[in-house]
Design a protein around this ligand. Sequence first.
Ligand SMILES: [Zn+2]
Length: 451
Amino acid sequence: MRLFLAILICKLSRAAIRLLGRGGTSLPGKLALRIHPHIIKVLSKGIDTVLITGTNGKTTTARMTEKMLNDAGKDCFANRSGANLEQGIAIEYIANANAFGRAKKKYAVIECDEAAFKKVCPETCPKAVLVTNIFRDQLDRFGEISETINSIKEGLKNSPHTVLCLNADCSLTSSLAIDRQGKTVFYGINEGGDSLPCVSDANHCIRCGAVYNYEYRTFAHLGSFSCPDCGYKRQSPDISVSKIEYLGRDSSEIIIKEGKNEFKAEIALPALYNIYNALAAMSAAYALGISAENAAKSLSGIKSSFGRMESFIIGESRIKMILVKNPAGCDRAIEYMSGSTEKFDAVICLNDAPSDGTDISWIWDCDFEGLFENESCSKIIVSGTRARDMRLRLKYAGGDESRMTIIDDDAELIKAVLALRNQVYIMPTYSAMLKLRGSLAELGGKKEYWK
Ligand SMILES: [Zn+2]
């Protein structure tokens, strides 16, 4: 009876909220959990769930995994809106159930917040858990890196049958396999750049504290690491990229190795971190019985997720939106922008709502200097509740004040963006992204993300 009531209340309140033209709220999930605190556990029974967590790349990896499963005939549902706390996840399991709790689809691809993981993982009894990477994130929400790792470990404790899919190149992530029984699928990239030490979140061995040696790095602390003292080192990956043949502005071509089998794949998204996302998704699909070669075929048809390298063409304006949340992700966005050979204008929207992280000190750890290394960046518009902090950061990074404008008003901001004639890159934090994306989607005739 409680189950029936929880499902009903959730479905009704969700329908009512949508009728009012609003989306993205987790209230129906909150109500359902209040009536039946273990509703996820009950409804996920019999469903093969892939649970995806990690600092960066969760949403894109989830979209890739979802496509691989669907293309392989494994019909799945997902928390596509990116609502990745317990309430948002509950809504998706309820939406997949009829009024009596019977499931419509047999597979689920669920993105889960790192801090919520310890609670959500035991509830969903996942078939596979995928951890994309661990970087320093919003300190006010996640605390130090060790807290994130402990939260994930805690969640995994009672899931010995879950296949763990881990980034072999991330010393923090792959440490989750230490002393763990059960199957692990490692993925990684077998080539990289210089081995010089750089600013990173993990220079020291997670087991003994010695400084790692690197054979090569791909970016930040990712690469072929080994500890000279205790012997902890990168695991040989089960699925790997043996060669990056082409890394372009919109796509990449890679050679993938799985056991003795090597094959080529095309990823219809730019940047090295999306190669990691593709490998991560392939590992999750592999854990569900899809060969890496078949999974890789889905990558050429992948589209960017909302706000993540998403393009908008509105009249003469060419806009690309790149969500930023933490230094590692922000540095990749800056790298992508400054790698442009044509002139571009940048829009940075820094908010400090709880979903963005109220502590914005992370902007001082980002390499905004990279924006001013060449002459490609023409104008910069700064907006958001912490626009003034952002402008100060840019000034220290070498930004010339005559090129920077602050715009506080949302409508004025959209007007100014549409008046820019170069390629425009918008870097918003999460809450700014939702708002801006809504306006641009409407102007560009796209759907709201939750529809
Ligand atoms: Zn060590």
